[in-house]
Design a binder for this molecule. Structure first.
Ligand code: B12
Length: 264
């Protein structure tokens, strides 16, 4: 366990809470037992994994600094033509740096991300990781159906879209995102006990309303406010994540035009 704790400490040093990151430890077996065969990961049950999630400060503090510095280095806003997904590039930079620094603590690890493979399949199910690691309660639609209630009503989701579940964090409600999972195949933690996630909502009807907001009106970010979050995304951040990827750079223009005063 000592080795696992020192690895977590090193990760937390390079992805600190002041930059809007949190990490939560779990065992691969706890995840595999929940997801079943199609999503199981090929590691020993007691393998150490660390879930990384981002809180409001990732965007509003660390990402803002990164965007301003990068555009100043580049010389103009035109960087938007070359970097199509700035959040992904920012995270790649941070994880590359982390991977280098981690070499001195543990050389063997794998990083899995939240996004889908080119075959449009997620490699890992982040909401399940969040629940088993005790980081955020995962509300799944199938647990909130009641006899005689035709819910969720069919036909309201777009083509090829499912009515999906929502995770809520005890401090940030829905104002957070899952980012990556680090897996350490050489570090076994058979006796580790994951924290139990705190239920955030009391009534089944409130859960159904939250899930409807998340599935039918996610662009207005209203789903994020369930569970009375103590900290929320800024309006810039909500606008950014409510837009299609191609339109997101435009939201950042005021930071870039403000230049160095947005670095500190
Ligand atoms: C595919 C996907 C999409 C697709 C399709 C969405 C859809 N409505 O069909 C697209 C690209 C359109 C999309 C859009 C968005 N998404 Co999306 N998406 C995903 C992704 C990559 C995979 C989800 C998935 O397919 N799961 C597969 C199904 C089968 O999983 P499942 O239903 O949970 O089933 C498993 C569990 O039930 C488990 N299980 C069984 N028993 C038990 C018991 C317990 C106790 C537990 C815990 C588990 C468990 O086993 C099952 C599998 O066998 C995840 C990231 C990830 N890697 O997980 C993000 C994710 C779900 N999306 C997210 C978000 C925020 C969005 C957007 C709002 C983003 C945006 N700003 O554009 C939009 C709109 C969301 C919406 N309501 O549609 C967030 C949700 C965060 C949260 N708080 O919950 C996630 C987690 C991404 C993240 N990085 O945080 N998304």
């Amino acid at each position: 366990m000592e080795r696992a704790e020192s690895i977590k400490k090193a990760v937390d040093q390079h992805l600190p809470s002041k930059d809007g990151f949190e990490t939560h430890m779990f065992r691969i077996g706890s995840y595999n037992r929940s997801v079943g065969d199609p999503f199981s990961l090929p590691y020993d049950d007691s393998t150490m994994a660390l879930l990384i999630l981002s809180t409001p400060d990732m965007f509003d503090v660390a990402f803002r600094k990164w965007v301003v510095q990068k555009t100043m280095e580049f010389g103009s806003f035109d960087m938007s033509e070359f970097v199509s997904s700035p959040i992904q590039s920012f995270l790649e930079d941070r994880l590359e740096d982390l991977s280098e620094k981690l070499q001195s603590v543990e050389e063997n690890f794998e990083i899995l991300h939240d996004y889908m493979t080119p075959q449009r399949r997620p490699k890992i199910l982040m909401q399940t990781c969040g629940h088993v690691a005790g980081a955020a309660f995962y509300y799944q639609p199938c647990h909130f159906q009641e006899d005689g209630l035709a819910w969720p009503s069919s036909g309201r989701m777009g083509p090829n879209l499912k009515f999906i579940g929502l995770s809520l964090h005890p401090i940030y409600g829905g104002h957070f995102a899952f980012r990556s999972v680090l897996i350490f195949p050489n570090v076994l933690i058979p006796d580790f006990k994951e924290s139990v996630p705190l239920p955030i909502l009391k009534e089944a009807s409130e859960v159904r309303t939250a899930l409807e907001k998340f599935n039918y009106n996610w662009k207005d970010s209203g789903f994020r406010d369930f569970g009375n979050p103590a900290r929320r995304y800024s309006t810039t951040q909500m606008e950014f994540f409510g837009r299609p990827v191609a339109e997101r750079w435009e939201v950042l223009r005021p930071w870039i035009e403000g230049g160095a005063k947005h670095i500190d």
